[in-house]
Every structure is written in structure tokens, then in C-alpha cells.
Design a protein around this ligand. Structure first.
Ligand SMILES: *[C@@H]1O[C@H](CO)[C@@H](O)[C@H](O)[C@H]1NC(C)=O
Ligand SMILES: *[C@@H]1O[C@H](CO)[C@@H](O)[C@H](O)[C@H]1NC(C)=O
Ligand SMILES: *[C@@H]1O[C@H](CO)[C@@H](O)[C@H](O)[C@H]1NC(C)=O
Length: 366
């Protein structure tokens, strides 16, 4: 007999063996700039955009595509590994019902947070609640197209990826001008954040989400933007401790939710430890730099984003950070592989779920 290991849990989560499923499994992704695949570039007044060179230089044709990275996001790599199609951004003008049922939708938006009030100064971004509202609109479209019963089955069979939280700290709580920063203690803010996240996951469940993957935070006190705040360039200990508290509270909350929400399978995972080790011992992982952005404006630090006038490092695969905030493609690969290992994903037969759907268009190059 097989042991009840992670792989079996994954099979349960992804319903490879579910009998009532029809159609293929797609993902609905909720997140921030770490998962944005182009929504923000359609927000005309938004300040957080990745629509300039050199974003996307190692993706497809090398043109900017809205990802805040030189290459792939963590969600890209995990989805590829599970054989799932890459969901297009919600704002893609060509998005229609067929595309949604074939590929899912990515609602992630740079600057987006768990809290409505996070990163207001980016002017336009989708907070998690806003992303859920957009998802409800998407559900309405699908219901009109295929009917309530089939839509219910489709949404219950889909995979929901949730990865938010860093903006709630970096672009809210840790900003002295923001109200939350003087309203809450560190622990009080983490509690408020995780309670809000719990409400949001419960709302998603009430909308039919049954299989959810929720990701925690990395050592965000070590992003170049945080390091330049100290004269010595060290990681910010308080920021890292906030990430650890958030991860611990979220992990516990997910454990509770999975037992209280009917028929829910919710998995939590983070890559904090491996990224922390990567930052402290880059050479162990084949990296040469773990403290400054590959794309930078020389001594002008921090530059808000990577811009056309920026210079690139010589070897992008050896830099942990692509810009002031975001890991590089090669760091994302390491993070994704850690999550795949910890959460028990494997390159398996997902896309072979009893499917009558027409053959899949190839995912966007990259
Ligand atoms: C957050 O925004 C959503 C709509 O985007 C709204 O429904 C909700 O009431 C807001 N929550 C708070 C606490 O302001
Ligand atoms: C849970 O699953 C059972 C069996 O499929 C079903 O009868 C029940 O209605 C489900 N409950 C919810 C809340 O989805
Ligand atoms: C997956 O596919 C391989 C061959 O492609 C097969 O040997 C294996 O049994 C399949 N596993 C599942 C869980 O369907």
C-alpha cells in the first residue's frame, strides 16, 4: 500500500481521480506584483507597471509583458510544472468565456494587498477584495454561457492560488505616513491582516473555491529596497520578523480553515527558509549577488522601478534580485522548486483529468 504522502494529497487536491469533474483544471490566481502577468499595464493611471524595458528581457521575445521580472513568476513555474495552462491577465482585452474555461484567469495586480488601504499611492491597483469582485463578475459571465450547474462544477473543480501580503507591510504598515503604521503594534497588525485574509478565503469558498494554495512571505527585509534604508545595507530584522509572524499565523489559520470549511482542501506553503539561506550563502546556490538589483540606475538608489536608462548586471542568472522589490527569474525558479518540493507537487498527469475540452493552445512563450 502507498503511504499517504504529499503526492496523494496533491492528487486529491487536483482531482486527478475525481469522477464528477468535466473539463480540464484551470487556475484562478490572486496576488500582487510577484504574480502579476499584465493587469497593471492596462491601468492607465497606475504607477506600478512593468511595461518598460528591461522587464521581460528573458521571457518569450524579450519585450515587456507586464511581469515584474526579467522572466517567469513563481506561479508561472509552479503551474508549468503541474502541466496547467498559464492564465491570462483579467485585463487582457481578448479575454472571453472560452479562454477563461480553457486557461483560467490571473487577477494579480502590482501593488495589491490583502487590505483595501494598502498602496493607495499607486493610484490604481486591484486589492484582494477588488480581485474577488472581478472574479465574481467572471463567474457571472461563465454562468450565462454554460448555465449555473455546469458553472458551479467548473468553479469547484478549479485551483485557486492566493499570494499576497508583502505590500501590506512594505507599502503600508512600514510607511510612517500610513495610518495603519501608527494604529497597530506589529503583532496587532499581523493579526488584523491574517483575520482579513481568513475572511477573504472564506468568501472565496462561499463562491465555490474548494482547492486553494496559499503562499506565505519570503524574507522581505532583505529586498534591496529595504536594505538601502539602513546605513550598513543589512537586512531589516523587524521586517523579516513581520514576515515570519505572518507566515506562522497564516499557516495556523489555514489549518483551522481546512477543517471548518466544508469540502475544502487548502494548502499553505512558504519558501522563507530557503530564500533566507540563498541570501546568506548565494554561492551555495550558484548565485553571485544577493543584495542589490540586477537592473539599477547605478548609484541612484533606490530607483522606483527598472527603467530603460538602467544598466543590467552581466549575468542575470546570478542575481537574486531583478529590481528593488522583485526576485529574478532564476531566484523564482529556486522558490518555485522549494514550494513544489514542500507542498508535494509533481509533474504529473493533471491535464489528463477526464477532459472533453478541445486541445490546448500552447502557453505564451517563455
Ligand atoms: C474593501 O473593498 C471592498 C470592495 O472592493 C468592499 O466591499 C469592502 O467593504 C471593503 N472593506 C473594508 C473593510 O473597507
Ligand atoms: C460537500 O460534498 C458533499 C459530497 O459531494 C456534498 O453533498 C455537499 O453538498 C458538499 N458541501 C458543500 C458545502 O459544498
Ligand atoms: C501518469 O502518466 C504516466 C505515464 O504517462 C502513468 O504511468 C501514470 O500511471 C499516470 N499517473 C496517474 C496518477 O494517472
Amino acid at each position: 500500500m502507498m503511504r499517504p504522502n504529499n503526492k496523494l494529497l496533491l492528487v486529491a487536491i487536483l482531482g486527478v481521480i475525481c469522477t464528477g469533474c468535466q473539463g480540464k483544471i484551470v487556475q484562478f490566481i490572486f496576488g500582487d506584483s510577484l504574480s502579476d502577468v499584465g493587469n497593471n499595464q492596462y491601468l492607465s493611471k497606475g504607477l506600478a507597471k512593468a511595461n518598460l524595458p528591461w522587464y521581460g528581457i528573458d521571457f518569450g521575445n524579450g519585450m515587456p509583458n507586464g511581469r515584474f521580472c526579467n522572466g517567469r513568476t513563481v506561479a508561472d513555474i509552479i503551474g508549468d510544472n503541474m502541466g496547467l495552462p498559464r492564465p491570462p491577465p483579467f485585463m487582457d482585452p481578448s479575454l472571453n468565456e472560452d479562454m477563461i474555461m480553457e486557461n483560467g484567469v490571473n487577477f494579480a495586480s502590482g501593488g495589491g494587498g490583502i487590505l483595501n488601504e494598502t498602496a493607495l499611492y499607486f493610484i490604481q491597483r486591484f486589492s484582494f477584495y477588488r480581485q474577488i469582485k472581478l472574479f465574481m463578475g467572471t463567474q457571472e459571465l461563465i454562468r450565462e454561457k454554460i448555465g449555473a450547474e455546469a458553472a458551479d462544477k467548473f468553479f469547484k473543480g478549479s485551483l485557486y492560488v492566493v499570494a499576497l501580503g508583502s505590500n501590506d507591510f512594505i507599502n503600508n504598515f512600514l510607511m510612517p505616513v500610513e495610518k495603519d503604521s501608527w494604529t497597530y503594534t506589529d503583532q496587532g497588525f499581523v493579526t488584523y491582516l491574517v483575520q482579513t485574509l481568513q475572511d477573504q478565503l472564506t468568501l472565496l469558498h462561499s463562491l465555490g473555491a474548494r482547492r486553494m494554495l496559499v503562499f506565505g512571505l519570503g524574507p522581505m527585509g532583505c529586498i534591496p529596497l529595504q536594505r538601502v534604508l539602513s546605513t550598513t545595507g543589512e537586512c531589516r530584522v523587524r521586517t523579516n520578523n513581520l514576515a515570519l509572524s505572518f507566515n506562522q499565523a497564516t499557516s495556523k489559520m489555514i489549518g483551522d480553515l481546512s477543517t471548518t470549511l466544508p469540502n475544502a482542501t487548502i494548502q499553505y506553503g512558504d519558501a522563507y527558509d530557503v530564500v533566507n539561506d540563498l541570501i546568506n550563502n548565494p554561492s551555495k546556490y550558484g548565485f553571485s549577488n544577493s543584495d542589490s538589483p540586477c537592473c539599477s540606475l547605478g548609484r541612484i538608489r533606490p530607483a522606483l522601478t527598472c527603467i530603460p536608462a538602467s544598466r543590467l548586471c552581466k549575468d542575470r542568472s546570478q542575481y537574486v534580485f531583478w529590481d528593488e522589490y522583485h526576485p529574478s527569474d532564476s531566484a523564482n525558479e529556486l522558490i518555485a522548486n522549494e514550494l513544489i518540493r514542500k507542498m508535494g507537487f509533481s509533474r504529473s498527469n493533471l491535464s489528463e483529468a477526464p477532459a472533453t475540452a478541445p486541445s490546448v493552445a500552447p502557453p505564451p512563450a517563455g
